[in-house]
Design a protein around this ligand. Structure first.
Ligand code: ADP
Ligand code: MG
Length: 617
C-alpha cells in the first residue's frame, strides 16, 4: 500500500498537548485504559442508538462488545469495538484536532499546572481529550477503523505522538475501531495488571468487556438498581468512570419517580468545579439521557437548566420516545416537563443537604455557588425563591470566610430593622472600611459583604427575600440616634450652603448627615438605579456607553465631627482656607467611596493646601 500513505501534521494545540502528555504526566498512567474503553463504549452506545432508531448501518449483526487483548512479547495492548467507527475525515477531525472551544485556555492551564508540578493525568479525560492519554505509555499508537456507514472502506491511522500522523487505506476491516497501543515498557502488556485496572469500573460499562477472550464484567445499569443494594464504593467508582474525575463526588442523589414521569436518576456533584479550575464557562452539560438503559443523548443539553451544568450523571426515563433526536430535544414539551421535575427535585435535595450539614454545604457553595447565582439571576417565581434560599454570602455578623444564608440573616435582625442590607466591595477589608458601612456598624445592624461581581446583579434581581427588601447600603435610608454635641441644625445648614457654593456643580446636593459616626463626610452616589459598583463593572466590560451619565454624587457632612465643627469656625475667620479644606473633604469622601475618577486632580489641590499651611506656621 506504499504510495497511498498520507502524512498529516497535528493541529498546533494537539502537538502542544502531546508534548505535555509525554513530558509532564507521570502519575495515574493507567487511566489511558479507562479512556480508551470509554471511547469504545461511547462508539458502541452511538451504534446501538442508531440501530434502535432505524438508521442504516453496515454489518448490522456484529456483536456490540469490547475486546481487550494484551501481548507481553509484542509489548502491546489492544482495545477493539464494533461501534460507529470513523471515516477518513473523521479520523482527521477527531484524532488530529481539539474540537471543543476554549482548548487554548485549557492548554494554558495545564501548562501552568505542569510548571507548578501539579498536573494530573485525569485532567485530560475531563476535558474531552482522553484519547491522547495513550501517549503517556505509547511509543506508537495504531488505530484501525471502519465507519458504520454502508459502503465506507477501512483506514489505518498511525502516530508516534511527535511529528504528526499517517493515514492509509485498509481492506477487510470489520465495522468499528481497534486501537493498538505499542508500549514503551511491558507494565500494561501484563494481563493481571490490566485486569485489575478494568475490574474496578467495568461493571458500569454498558457492554460486555473481554480480556484475552475471558469475560471481565457483568453488565448492569447501576441507576436501575435498588438504592439499598448499591454500595457507596460502587457509586464512587461509577462517578469516577463517568466524570473522569479521580476524587469522590461532593454529593450524590439517586432517586426514582413515577409521576408525572417515570424517572430513574443518579446525579453527582463534583467536589471541585472544573469552571473554577479552568477559569472558563463550561458550555457543555454532563448528564446522559437514557430510555430503558439505551443511551438517547450523551451530555444532553436541555435536560437541566444551564445553571445546573455542573451536574454529572444519568437520567433514565421510560416515557421518552426512542427516536427523540438531539435537535428536537430542546423544544419537546416532554423534555420541558422532565427538566422541571429534575431541577425541582435537585433543588429540594440541596435544601435538605444544606440543613443537614451547613459546613459541607458551604464548601459546595464555594465551588458551584456561581452557578446557583446564575440561576437566581435568571429564574422567576417559585424556582427563583427556592434558589434564593440556597445562596450564601459573607456577612458582618460572621468571621471572614464564613457564609450565611438570607434566612439566617433575617433571623438575626433586631426589631427595628426592616430591610436586608449589603455592601459591594472587592474585598471584605474594603467593605468594612466603606463609609456606607459606618452607620450599620454603629447601629450593630448586619450587612452582607458582596465581593463577587455577580452578587449585586443577583440581589437586584431578587429585590426581596421573605418579604424583606434587599437594599444596597449606598442607597439605604438609615439614621443614627440624634447627637446633640455637634453643630445645631441651622448652623449646619449654613455650612452646607457654603460648601455647595465652594464646590459648585462638581457636587450634587450638600446636606447634613444623620448616618455618620467617624468620617467627616460621605459621598453618596445620587443614582437611584445604578450603583457605583455596577458602573465600574460595566466600564470594565466596555459597556458604560449604554448607561445614562452618572449624576454628581451628593455630599453629606457629619455635624458632630471635629473637622466639620472647626470648618464652621474657619469659614468666618479665613474663608479662602476654609474653601480649600472643603475641597479636600470632598476629594477624600469621593476617594473613600471609590468614586474618584482621576486622583491626580486631587493631588494638585492637596499640594496647594499644604503649601499654604506650611507658610502659616
Ligand atoms: P472524547 O471521548 O471526550 O470526545 P477523546 O479524545 O477520548 O475525547 O476522543 C476524541 C474523539 O475521537 C471522540 O469524540 C470520538 O469522536 C473519536 N473516537 C475516539 N475513539 C473512538 C472509537 N473507539 N470509535 C469511534 N470514535 C472514536
Ligand atoms: Mg473519550
Amino acid at each position: 500500500m506504499q504510495g497511498t500513505t498520507e502524512k498529516h501534521e497535528f493541529q498546533a494545540e494537539i502537538a502542544q498537548l502531546l508534548d505535555l502528555v509525554v513530558h509532564s504526566l507521570y502519575t495515574d498512567k493507567e487511566i489511558f485504559i479507562r479512556e480508551l474503553i470509554s471511547n469504545a463504549a461511547d462508539a458502541s452506545e452511538k451504534l446501538r442508538f442508531l440501530k434502535a432508531s432505524g438508521g442504516e448501518i453496515s454489518d448490522p449483526d456484529a456483536e456490540l462488545k469490547i475486546t481487550v487483548s494484551t501481548d507481553e512479547t509484542a509489548r502491546t495492548i489492544t482495545i477493539a469495538d464494533a461501534g460507529i467507527g470513523m471515516t477518513h475525515d473523521e479520523l482527521i477531525g477527531n484524532l488530529g484536532t481539539i474540537a471543543h472551544s476554549g482548548s487554548k485556555t485549557f492548554l494554558e492551564q495545564i501548562r501552568q499546572k505542569a510548571a507548578d508540578g501539579k498536573v494530573d493525568a485525569t485532567l485530560i479525560g475531563q476535558f474531552g481529550v482522553g484519547f491522547y492519554s495513550a501517549f503517556m505509555v505509547a511509543e506508537k499508537v495504531v488505530v484501525f477503523s471502519r465507519s458504520h456507514l454502508p459502503g465506507e472502506q477501512g483506514w489505518i491511522w498511525t502516530s508516534d505522538g511527535r511529528a504528526g500522523y499517517e493515514i492509509e487505506p485498509a481492506t477487510d476491516l470489520p465495522r468499528g475501531t481497534k486501537v493498538v497501543v505499542h508500549l514503551k515498557d511491558t507494565e500494561f502488556a501484563q494481563e493481571w495488571k490490566v485486569q485489575g485496572v478494568i475490574k474496578r469500573y467495568s461493571n458500569f460499562v454498558q457492554f460486555p468487556i473481554e480480556l484475552n477472550g475471558k469475560a471481565v464484567n457483568t453488565v448492569q445499569a447501576i441507576w436501575t438498581r435498588n438504592k439499598s443494594e448499591v454500595k457507596a464504593e460502587e457509586y464512587d467508582e461509577f462517578y469516577k468512570y463517568i466524570a473522569h474525575d479521580p476524587g469522590a463526588p461532593a454529593y450524590r442523589l439517586h432517586f426514582t419517580a413515577d409521576a408525572p414521569l417515570a424517572i430513574r436518576a443518579l446525579l453527582f456533584v463534583p467536589a471541585k468545579s472544573t469552571e473554577l479550575a479552568m477559569m472558563r464557562r463550561d458550555e457543555e452539560h454532563h448528564v446522559d439521557l437514557y430510555c430503558k438503559k439505551v443511551l438517547i443523548a450523551a451530555k444532553a443539553k436541555g435536560l437541566f437548566p444551564d445553571w445546573l451544568r455542573f451536574l454529572r450523571g444519568v437520567v433514565d426515563s421510560e416515557d421518552l420516545p426512542l427516536n427523540i433526536s438531539r435537535e428536537t430535544m430542546q423544544d419537546s414539551a416532554l423534555l420541558a416537563k422532565l427538566r422541571d421535575v429534575l431541577a425541582n427535585r435537585f433543588l429540594k435535595f440541596l435544601d435538605e443537604e444544606a440543613k443537614a450539614d451547613a459546613e459541607k454545604y458551604s464548601s459546595f457553595f464555594r465551588e458551584h455557588g456561581h452557578c446557583l447565582k446564575e440561576g437566581a439571576g435568571t429564574e422567576w417565581g417559585d424556582r427563583r425563591d427556592a434558589i434564593a434560599k440556597l445562596l450564601r454570602f459573607e456577612t458582618s455578623a460572621l468571621d471572614a470566610g464564613k457564609l450565611t444564608s438570607l434566612a439566617d440573616y433575617t433571623s438575626r435582625m433586631p426589631p427595628g430593622q426592616k430591610e436586608i442590607y449589603y455592601v459591594s466591595a472587592a474585598t471584605r477589608e474594603s467593605a468594612e472600611a466603606s463609609p456606607y458601612y459606618e452607620v450599620f456598624r454603629e447601629k450593630k445592624w448586619e450587612v452582607l459583604f458582596l465581593s463577587d461581581a455577580r452578587d449585586e446583579y443577583v440581589l437586584e434581581h431578587l429585590r426581596e427575600f421573605d418579604g424583606r427588601k434587599l437594599v444596597s447600603a449606598e442607597k439605604a435610608d438609615v439614621k443614627l440616634e440624634e447627637d446633640t454635641t455637634g453643630l445645631d441644625t441651622d448652623t449646619a445648614r449654613l455650612l452646607a450652603n457654603f460648601v455647595k457654593e465652594t464646590l459648585g456643580d462638581r457636587v450634587g446636593e450638600v446636606r447634613t448627615s444623620k448616618r455618620l459616626a467617624s468620617s467627616p463626610a460621605l459621598a453618596l452616589n445620587g443614582d437611584s438605579e445604578i450603583t457605583a459598583n455596577m458602573r465600574r463593572m460595566m466600564k470594565a466590560m466596555n459597556r458604560d456607553a449604554d448607561l445614562p451619565p452618572a449624576p454628581k454624587p451628593d455630599l453629606e457632612l457629619n455635624p458632630g465631627h471635629p473637622l466639620v465643627m472647626n470648618l464652621e469656625k474657619l469659614r468666618h475667620a479665613d474663608p479662602a482656607l476654609a474653601a480649600q479644606i472643603a475641597e479636600q473633604i470632598h476629594d477624600q469622601s469621593l476617594a473613600a467611596a471609590n468614586l474618584l475618577d482621576d486622583p491626580r486632580a486631587m493631588l494638585g489641590r492637596m499640594t496647594a493646601l499644604l503649601e499654604k499651611l506650611a507658610v502659616k506656621k
